[in-house]
Structures are given as C-alpha cells and as structure tokens.
Design a protein. Structure first.
Length: 121
C-alpha cells in the first residue's frame, strides 16, 4: 500500500498535490483506492490497473511488440552466417511489416499476456 504521505515525503511534494493526483488517477480508472477518510481524502493505493502499466511503459503494448519483433528479426539476420537462414529471417521481418499493424499488434499483445487461446474469439 502506498499513501499520499509516503509519496509526499519521498518526493518532497506538497501533500495536498499528491492527494489530488491520487484522486485524479482514481477518476481515470488507473488505481483502486481504499481507506478514504476526512483526514486522508485520497486513501491509499490498493491496486494499479493494467492500463496504468501500459501508459508508463512497464508493460509493452502491441505496437511496441511489433517494432521489437521486426528489429529482433533484422538483428538476427545480421548475425547469422548461413545465407539461406539470413534470407528467411529478412523475409520474415519484411512480411511482418506487411501484415496489418493492428492485427499483428493484437496477436502479439495476446501472446505477451498469455491469452493464446483467445485469438479469434
């Protein structure tokens, strides 16, 4: 659990400013607060949404994954000695770029999140 006072003290920010930030995060659905009182109207952060992690870059989204996949395939092709393997990796990287970015991003996001069985459902 993280309180506004913890953050205020750690970062040297005014407590009221941190409390407003907590409430703003709650309104946006990015955190779940608990323990709201008159003395502490912002309560404590009990949970952080998956969307919050995406917004700050802690979890990759599908577009990030597409870019990383194409980059990794290109780098792998650069480091392979076998000409046939090099050619296959480059074609795969090129073809990944021709598939609808939205479709590929959705597939990769599903794989990353472990929801492989939900593709196409």
């Amino acid at each position: 659990m993280v309180t506004p006072a913890d953050i205020s003290e750690e970062l040297g920010l005014p407590l009221e400013e941190v409390q407003r930030a907590f409430l703003s995060l709650r309104r946006q659905g990015l955190v779940r607060l608990d323990g709201l009182t008159h003395e502490d109207p912002a309560g404590v952060i009990m949970d952080v949404s998956g969307d919050a992690y995406l917004r700050v870059g802690l979890y990759p989204d599908g577009d990030d994954a597409v870019s990383r996949l194409v980059k990794a395939l290109t780098q792998a092709a650069d480091h392979v000695d076998d000409p046939e393997e090099k050619s296959r990796l480059r074609r795969l990287a090129d073809n990944a770029g021709t598939v609808s970015r939205d479709v590929l991003a959705a597939v990769l996001a599903t794989v990353i999140s472990g929801g492989i069985g939900t593709i196409g459902n």
